[in-house]
Design a protein around this ligand. Structure first.
Ligand code: HPA
Length: 236
């Protein structure tokens, strides 16, 4: 069995999966963190791998950028392949003065300017896409145990990376910590299909301070985030 977007056979994808946006990050995670990793798909260059981490089967797959792209992959992972725990590991633009570049942002909830929620619920309900509480609390425990600098709260998943019209001041005023482009879809699909999802990011750029990470800084903070995500996802 395969889907139009995934060459994996049933059973080739683990119930626990990490989801970076960038397929090459999926390859990096498979090669540097998993044991006996085997590639199951490269359709559209969206690479997916399954291996083990501390003896537990774990997969890792790219999602591409933006809500329509992640929604395709996540829908199929849950419905066709039976994935039960999904952790997005991404980057974000920080929108809060207490967040430094390279800090970890843990998305308790994901606001969005996408039409996704409206298309499902109609104009009168503003559904709130939220993280699975169990995965969220375990992620926080892991980040604390590793002594990492992190912040937990609401983020926004936007449809436009280049958006001159976005009102950052208002978003900040209401406690939005960061901007990225996928999590609202992940949390909404997890709610629809009753599975567990969580997202965490490293702050790769800072919208208020106008700073961004060097390539090397990105790599180090990315490694820290991956170890938090893997030590969380293998727990029962
Ligand atoms: N905007 C949207 N998505 C992002 C950003 C940003 O500034 N940085 C990392 N992902």
């Amino acid at each position: 069995m395969s889907t139009p977007h995934n060459a994996a056979d049933k059973g080739e994808i683990a119930e626990r999966i990490l989801l970076p946006g960038d397929p090459l990050r999926a390859k990096f995670i498979a090669e540097n963190f998993l044991e006996n990793a085997r590639q199951y798909s490269s359709v559209r260059n969206i690479l997916g791998f399954t291996g083990t981490y501390r003896g537990v089967p774990v997969s890792v797959q790219g999602t591409g950028m933006g809500i329509p792209s992640i929604a395709i992959y996540v829908h199929e992972l849950i419905r066709e392949y039976g994935v039960k725990k999904l952790i997005r590991v991404g980057t974000c633009g920080a929108m809060h003065n207490d967040i430094q570049l390279r800090d970890i942002v843990i998305a308790q909830a994901a606001s969005t300017d996408s039409s996704l929620i409206r298309n499902i619920f109609g104009p009168s309900i503003n559904f709130a896409p939220i993280a699975d509480f169990d995965l969220l609390s375990k992620t926080v425990e892991q980040a604390k145990a590793k002594g990492l600098s992190f912040k937990v709260g609401n983020i926004i998943s936007v449809d436009r990376f280049y958006d001159d019209d976005i009102d950052n001041d208002r978003l900040c005023k209401y406690g939005i910590l960061a901007v990225e482009m996928e999590t609202a879809a992940l949390y909404t699909l997890a709610a629809q299909f009753h599975v567990q999802a969580m997202a965490l990011f490293t702050a790769s750029d800072h919208l208020l301070k106008g700073e961004s990470c060097s390539a090397e800084e990105r790599q180090t903070s990315f490694r820290e985030m991956i170890s938090v995500a893997l030590d969380t996802i293998i727990q029962d």
